[in-house]
Design a binder for this molecule. Structure first.
Ligand code: ATP
Length: 133
């Protein structure tokens, strides 16, 4: 089976480096599935899961924005933050979710606060989903 090399990096360092049969990412325009020999492109990412398919195994990485750079033999994901399920602190994400929900309920008059809280909620929910909790 043909594979493509995938790197996931954040300002804190490398989170994933491996060869996969397919990778999917969530861009601002929607889900993008990438197979080996995909045409080159660069796209901005939103909060979401990166899915890495190898045989019958699909690994997930929780990503909070950034960019994907696709080349025919290499996909680089430059993420603002990225965690594998094993690196996710579930209790922290649960607390972040509760904090964000509270802020959304009280910050409705202030659009900036509301948007920030909404994004924080998306990050927390994404981490909980990727961790399987
Ligand atoms: P919190 O309010 O808990 O800090 P956040 O969504 O504001 O969450 P980010 O700004 O997205 O956090 O991330 C800051 C750093 O903390 C990043 O390095 C990210 O990987 C890490 N991080 C955030 N939440 C978690 C978590 N639940 N488990 C593991 N690492 C996390």
């Amino acid at each position: 089976m043909e594979t493509v090399r995938v790197n996931v990096v954040t300002p804190d360092g490398k989170v994933y480096d491996g060869d996969v049969e397919m990778v999917s990412v969530r861009t601002v325009e929607g889900e993008l599935g990438i197979l080996p020999r995909h045409i080159p492109l660069v796209a901005p990412l939103t909060v979401g899961a990166v899915r890495l398919k190898k045989g019958s195994v699909v690994e997930k990485v929780a990503v909070s924005g950034g960019f994907v750079e696709v080349r025919p033999d290499q996909v680089t994901i430059l993420a603002e933050s990225a965690e594998l399920p094993s690196g996710i602190d579930v209790e922290r994400a649960q607390k972040a979710k509760e904090r964000a929900e509270k802020r959304i309920n009280t910050a409705k008059q202030d659009e900036v606060d509301f948007k920030r809280a909404e994004l924080a909620l998306k990050r927390a929910v994404n981490r909980l989903e990727v961790s399987g909790k």
